[in-house]
Write a protein that binds this ligand. Structure first.
Ligand code: 5RP
Length: 233
């Protein structure tokens, strides 16, 4: 996805969705970065926002832009969250967590009246699955949890190869919450809500990257313009 298209998706969402005074959730990743820049520019221009970042990386960016921050502990509800996604299907189910921030992203999305995704056409899929599903797990007995995750996929009729995410040095990557991530390579997820239930029931799984019923709309940037896809139900 070109930086130009990412920027255009962020600008379209900002133009249509932002109102001065809002409580905002700030997403994570290279697309969400553009939206955070826009919020910073709006604040410099005199608008007011208070924001909850979904990762330490986004917190650092927001602090550098002097964006006022708050926490989920200190508020009842977020007006609007704008985030990227690794993939979305026609029902606006999402795969998220490519950047490792899925737990905080889901907590912030779930606390939001409205959550919108900014993306380009490469993120639109007929069926989730081509992008390996990130699953955040505790470090304790991570091998056993990986086997339980594989069994949960199998029970849903899906072959899955959970791979422990590793950094450049080969060490397991740690999330902002100090956990590991399994990237679950799979051929396709025919029923995302059913798989989400199975994964969420595994002790040792902290959160999975399936976002079901959380996304209200997608701002989809293409060369010919930005389309807005609202969730139907
Ligand atoms: C981070 C995420 C990101 O939103 C997702 O990985 C998309 O990132 P990008 O905009 O860089 O493609 O879920 O955990």
């Amino acid at each position: 996805m070109s930086e130009d298209l990412k920027r255009r998706a962020a600008e379209a969402a900002a133009a249509a969705e932002l109102r001065s005074g809002m409580l905002l959730g700030l997403g994570t990743g290279s697309t969400a970065r553009h939206f955070v820049d826009i919020v910073g520019a709006r604040i410099r221009a005199g608008e007011t926002y208070r924001c909850v970042p979904t990762s330490e990386a986004t917190r650092a960016q927001a602090e550098a832009l002097a964006i006022p921050l708050t926490t989920l502990d200190d508020i009842e509800e977020i007006d609007l969250t704008v985030d990227g996604a690794d993939a979305f299907d026609p029902a606006l189910n999402l795969v998220k967590g490519g950047g490792g921030a899925l737990l905080r992203e889901k907590m912030v999305a779930a606390a939001s009246k409205r959550m919108v995704v900014i993306a380009d056409a490469s993120k639109a899929v007929a069926q989730l699955g081509a992008f390996p599903l990130p699953v955040e797990i505790v470090r304790f007995a991570h091998g056993a949890t990986a086997r339980a995750v594989r069994r949960a996929f199998a029970a849903a009729g899906i072959a899955c190869e959970p791979r422990l995410r590793r950094g450049a040095t080969g060490e397991p990557s740690l999330t902002d919450n100090g956990n590991f991530i399994l990237d679950c390579v799979n051929p396709g997820i025919p029923d995302p809500p059913a798989l989400a239930l199975r994964l969420g029931a595994i002790p040792g799984v902290v959160e999975h990257g399936l976002f079901i019923g959380l996304c209200s709309a997608v701002y989809l940037a293409r060369e010919e313009g930005v389309a807005v896809i609202e969730r139907k139900s």
